[in-house]
Design a protein around this ligand. Sequence first.
Ligand code: NAD
Ligand code: IPM
Ligand code: MN
Length: 343
Amino acid sequence: MASKIILLPGDGIGPEIIAPTLEVLSAVGTSFDYEEHAFGGASIDVHGTALTDETLAACRAADAVLLAAVGGPKWDTTDPDRPRPEQGLLGLRKGLGLYANLRPVRPLPALYDASPLKREIIEGTDLLVVRELTGGIYFGEKTRTADTASDVCAYTRVEIERIARVAFQAARRKVTSVDKANVIETSRLWREVVREFHASEFPTVELEHVLVDNAAMQLVSNPADFDVIVTENMFGDILSDEAATLTGSIGMLPSASLGDPGHPGLFEPVHGSAPDIAGSGVANPMAMFLSAAMMLRHGLGLESEAAAIESAVDRALADGLRTRDLGGSAGTREATQAVLSNL
Ligand code: NAD
Ligand code: IPM
Ligand code: MN
């Protein structure tokens, strides 16, 4: 029986990059049972909420979920009582138990000159950000009055241990645990638990602890020194957008969000709905294609099909394909065509 994939195109450039991704998936020889659901702002417009119970249930019952992006000016609000598209994304991550977000950062030699950073700095970079995705300040209690607001940041030992395990399992050389243990209490627990976990389960892998401000600096001055970076939810959010600069564009970075084995994963680009370019046919679809490749590998066990998409993306870029975000003039259609012709 064909695997069941839930498609969540979402908002902004979302529908523009999901459609060509289905062409790429089909060209690589896969055939899935797709089911599309409105999500984010598109779901608010029809259902009044960013994630309906029905969509969450469909995702739980599927083999994998492929999501483009949510959000946009139409739904922007600072009123805590009004629905926001991003609540759908957070609800989905929490509802599927997706605590481990993998964001690989592998700048392609062909794109070294598309980055604002110097080629000598980027050369040899191949790192993985392992972002904790269902805890921290994103999910703590929130309060709001006219004049005060608060967001609780909480972590438990269990939450820290399970993300540390993912990081050490993925490491080839070293794990860099990023925190703010000089100031924040959750970071002090984070550091203690990672240190203990390392000593008891992975003593042969190198472990270093780096404060987040220093890590942000090192990421653009000495990125090749990193192997696996493991960090809490919000630090991981910020550092991964920063790391995207190493690849030439945020439009290049894919991600996989995973929970315990046997549960469906969620696969989505790191970038957002890019409202500034939505509807103009110029979105870079590569992060979305590479997220589909991560779905094949991590979600469905289709390693050779995943590698085929990745190498077709590499070859298209090596042949000179450049979308606008990479300093060129190719649109989404041309980029898709270039990848398809390399499959
Ligand atoms: P963004 O990532 O959408 O855009 C930042 C900049 O990068 C923009 O100039 C945009 O045009 C460009 N960009 C992003 N993806 C691109 C692509 N594939 N090709 C070419 N250029 C691309 O971030 P933002 O503007 O801060 O956020 C816009 C909306 O997206 C917000 O509502 C935000 O909450 C949401 N968002 C959603 C997700 C998600 O769904 N996973 C992730 C991040 C942001
Ligand atoms: C991301 C996004 C989301 C996050 C937003 C849209 C909730 O920025 O996936 O990186 O902060 O996790
Ligand atoms: Mn982000």
